[in-house]
Design a protein. Structure first.
Length: 236
C-alpha cells in the first residue's frame, strides 16, 4: 500500500512540475510579447517618419490591421506544418505589429496617464489571474456571456465610427474593460485545467502554450487599450 501511495504521490508531483513548467512558458512568452509591443510602440511614437508612414494614410492602417488578423488566423495552421517555433515567431511579429495601436495611444494621451493605465491593467490582470487560480467555481459558464459581450463591442465600435458619440465611446470602454477582465479569468482557468490534465512536455503542449500566451496577451492588451481610453489625459 505504501509503495502504491508513494507511486501516486510521485505521479502527482510530476504532473504539478510539468504544469508549472507549462505555465511558466505561457507567462514568459506573454511577457515577451508585451515587451516587444512596448519597444515597437515607443519606436513608432518617437519617429516622425514612422508616424507619417503609418498614420499618414488610412490604407496603411487598414493594411496593418489585415496583417494582424492574418497572423492570428495563421498561427495554428503554421504550427501544424512547421512546429511550435513558427507559432512563437508569428506571435512575436504580431506583438510588434500591435505596437502601432499602442503608439496611437502614446500620441493621443500623455505618457503619465498611459503609464497609469498600464499599471492599473497589470493590477487588474493580476487580480483576475489569482482569482482564476484559487476559485473553486467553474468559469466555463462565462464563455457565452463574454463572447456575446465581445461581439457587441465590435458592433458598437463599428457603429461609433459613423456616430462619433462620446457617450457610446465611454460605454464601449467600460464594457470592454469588464469583458476582457472576465476573459482573463476564463482563459487562465482554461489554461490551468489544460496544464493539469494533458501531457504538456511535447510538441502539442508547446503549441498549446503559444496559443495560451496569445490569448492572455490579447486579454491584457485590450484591457489596457480600453482603460487608457477611460483614464487617459489628452495631449491637447
Amino acid at each position: 500500500m505504501r509503495s502504491g501511495n508513494a507511486t501516486q504521490l510521485n505521479r502527482q508531483d510530476s504532473i504539478s512540475l510539468q504544469a508549472a513548467a507549462f505555465m511558466q512558458r505561457v507567462y514568459g512568452w506573454m511577457t515577451l510579447g508585451l515587451i516587444v509591443t512596448g519597444f515597437s510602440a515607443f519606436y513608432i511614437a518617437s519617429s516622425q517618419s514612422a508616424i507619417n508612414f503609418i498614420f499618414g494614410s488610412s490604407m496603411s492602417i487598414l493594411l496593418i490591421f489585415a496583417v494582424q488578423l492574418g497572423i492570428v488566423f495563421a498561427i495554428k495552421p503554421a504550427m501544424r506544418s512547421g512546429g511550435w517555433q513558427i507559432g512563437l515567431l508569428l506571435f512575436v511579429v504580431f506583438s510588434a505589429s500591435l505596437g502601432v495601436t499602442v503608439s496611437s495611444l502614446l500620441l493621443r494621451y500623455t505618457f503619465t496617464s498611459v503609464s497609469q493605465a498600464f499599471f492599473v491593467t497589470a493590477g487588474a490582470f493580476g487580480a483576475m489571474t489569482i482569482f482564476a487560480f484559487v476559485t473553486k467555481k467553474d468559469l466555463s459558464g462565462w464563455q457565452n456571456f463574454l463572447y456575446v459581450g465581445l461581439f457587441g463591442i465590435i458592433i458598437a465600435m463599428i457603429v461609433n465610427i459613423f456616430l462619433q458619440s462620446s457617450a457610446l465611446h465611454f460605454a464601449i470602454s467600460v464594457i470592454g474593460v469588464l469583458v476582457f477582465a472576465g476573459l482573463t479569468a476564463y482563459d487562465t482557468q482554461k489554461m490551468k485545467e489544460y496544464a493539469y490534465s494533458q501531457d504538456t512536455n511535447n510538441e502539442t503542449g508547446r503549441r498549446a502554450s503559444v496559443m495560451a500566451a496569445l490569448e492572455l496577451y490579447l486579454d491584457f492588451i485590450n484591457m489596457f487599450i480600453f482603460l487608457t481610453h477611460l483614464l487617459g489625459s489628452s495631449r491637447d
